[in-house]
Design a protein around this ligand. Structure first.
Ligand SMILES: C[S@@+](CC[C@H](N)C(=O)[O-])C[C@H]1O[C@@H](n2cnc3c(N)ncnc32)[C@H](O)[C@@H]1O
Length: 218
């Protein structure tokens, strides 16, 4: 049943019904377009922090082997319903999990649109935007390699509305090869905000670090 306060929207050609407890798909389609471009038919995909299910549902245009998880039980329920609405339920498994806690597999593609802010979330809905002391972000980067298949890729977005220096620090510490896939500028009042979507791959010992240095200086 669609409640009056639900957000009912069409996004990149897919339908979404999103209750107030769940982060709706954002107007800036940076990461989502990267997902559509990067996902391959043969990819095992993990949509970390699935929210409305948007990235899993987009990935299902190609892959049929997808796990979509969220720490927010309302999001897991919402994503499951949206997958059904878009006719892709059979391609996606849904899990409630704090990061990788309930995951026991390896993936070719891991997608994450993380919370950007460092403060303590006041409720489960705010876990979409707030991450106390960047616990989730740090833990994600500490654990993600264990869940990546050989030649696995991570798609992640971040922006100057968050703490860009901290983000660059965790990327550097993670020793990934980093590529900027997409960049978008938004004007909010007098502020100019920059958003990026990145592709991370595991850096083999002999790969040059030039690109990482270039990214980290932007
Ligand atoms: C910015 S929202 C992105 C939602 C969706 N992927 C999208 O692109 O619209 C971040 C999502 O990550 C989830 N999240 C936050 N911390 C998490 C954690 N520790 N484990 C799993 N999911 C988490 C939030 O509940 C939220 O749904």
């Amino acid at each position: 049943m669609v409640k009056r306060e639900d957000v009912n929207t069409t996004y990149l050609g897919r339908k979404f019904v999103v209750p107030k407890e769940v982060h709706p798909p954002v107007t800036i389609t940076l990461l989502q377009r990267s997902v559509l471009k990067e996902v391959k038919n043969s990819d095992r995909v993990l949509d970390m922090g699935t929210g409305s299910g948007v990235n899993a549902i987009l990935a299902a245009s190609k892959s049929s082997n997808i796990i979509a998880l969220d720490v927010n039980p309302f999001a897991v329920r919402c994503a499951r319903k949206n997958a059904k609405l878009n006719g892709v339920s059979s391609r996606i498994k849904f899990l409630e999990s704090d990061l990788f806690k309930n995951v026991d597999d390896k993936f070719d593609l891991i997608v994450f649109d993380p919370p950007f802010r460092w403060f303590k979330p006041r409720d489960v809905r705010e876990r979409a935007t707030a991450d106390e002391n960047f616990r989730t972000m740090r833990k994600f980067f500490k654990q993600v390699k264990k869940y990546l298949a050989e030649d696995g890729r991570v798609l992640i977005c971040y922006g100057t509305i968050g703490d860009m220096n901290h983000f660059k620090y965790v990327l550097k510490k993670g020793k990934f090869t980093v590529k900027v896939l997409n960049k978008r500028e938004l004007i909010r009042g007098k502020r100019k905000l920059l958003y990026y979507s990145y592709k991370l791959t595991l850096r083999s010992a002999e790969k040059p670090r030039t690109e990482l240095r270039k990214i980290l200086s932007c």
